[in-house]
Design a binder for this molecule. Structure first.
Ligand code: GDP
Length: 309
């Protein structure tokens, strides 16, 4: 990637897109094409085609998506499948028609079967049923991978696909009901500390295992693949290690300085018992993450304190 090449970061205000933007800026890329949702509606084929015709992006990071936790997925299944399919078809199609040199598509670990063996290897894709609560989102993401595969086979389109594990970091959604576990716990422990509450309630039994990757590591992996990877196979990106929700809650408790007790509410769902990606393909390419979970939680808590208004 030339430092002055026109680069389009689709979704640059989201958790992932904003981290990719920080990484590109810190590495001196100067010709960054950014459009807010108000400026460019990615679900409009005409608008996206017009944008590509005028701006001719050479590199495309496709980090725009309609995302949300279990409740949002459950309440808005139509938007989750429609908007994600539309965004992908429009951006991938326009990148092909207007001869972008390369496109990186971000998938999700929820594309894999609910009962996939652990750790999850890339080849487990489409070998079993999906988790029903986010099936519309997962189907859209799988269609994205397959769209890129088809354009590559028929037209030689240079699209690559990265599957991130659970992400966290600055810019995350800290809503108590609609967010994922890590930001929800940061907020809950912080508020319990302020209120000097005797205990904090953690959903489920505390025994499920999850893998967490700081979004700045994901952004570094995205730039690494954009520079060094041109193959059709999808690539998992994670840290290769998981923790129990109980261990995670302990880490958040320490980071926030909360001194009370943990209470587990087993009437709330545990979800999948374990979700860990096999990251040996990425390791063989020569990339590994840098931000340890304890350090990432600490800096994300600082970000939360500075930005919670
Ligand atoms: P998942 O990885 O798709 O299951 O998504 P989540 O991040 O929502 O949940 C991960 C695990 O954390 C589940 O076992 C939840 O029950 C547990 N958990 C504990 N406390 C919370 C919380 O406050 N919010 C959420 N979202 N999950 C929590």
């Amino acid at each position: 990637m030339n430092q002055t090449a026109p680069i389009f970061v689709a979704g640059h205000r989201g958790l992932v897109g904003s981290a990719i933007l920080r990484a590109l800026r810190s590495e001196g890329f100067t010709n960054l094409l950014l459009r807010t949702r108000e400026e460019l509606d990615l679900t409009s084929q005409a608008a996206v085609d017009d944008f590509f015709r005028r701006e001719r992006p050479q590199y495309v990071f496709l980090a725009a998506a309609r995302v949300g936790g279990i409740l949002a997925n459950n309440n808005y299944p139509a938007e989750f499948i429609h908007d994600n399919l539309a965004i992908q078809l429009n951006v991938i199609g326009a990148a092909h028609r207007h001869q972008a040199a390369k496109l990186l598509f971000l998938g999700s670990s929820c594309i894999y079967p609910k009962f996939a063996p652990q750790p999850i290897r890339e080849e487990y894709l489409l070998t079993g049923l999906l988790e029903p609560t986010n099936e519309p989102y997962a189907i859209a993401k799988i269609a994205g991978l397959k769209t890129i595969e088809a354009y590559r086979r028929q037209y030689g389109f240079n699209g690559i696909c990265l599957m991130p594990t659970n992400l966290y970091g600055p810019g995350d959604n800290f809503d108590l009901n609609h967010s994922h576990v890590l930001p929800a716990l940061i907020r809950r422990f912080h508020e319990a500390k302020l209120a000097a509450a005797p205990s904090v309630t953690v959903w489920g039994t505390g025994s499920p295992r999850r893998e967490f990757l700081h979004v700045d590591d994901l952004a570094a992996a995205s730039l690494f693949l954009m520079r060094n990877y041109d193959s059709p196979e999808i690539v998992n990106v994670g840290c290769g290690q998981d923790v129990t929700i109980r261990e995670l809650a302990g880490m958040v408790k320490t980071a926030t300085g909360y001194l009370g007790e943990l209470v587990f509410d087993s009437s709330k769902p545990d979800g999948t018992p374990r979700k860990l990606l096999d990251v040996s393909r990425m390791a063989a390419l020569g990339w590994s993450p840098r931000i340890p979970l304890t350090e990432g939680i600490r800096s994300t808590y600082e970000w939360f304190l500075a930005n919670r208004a």
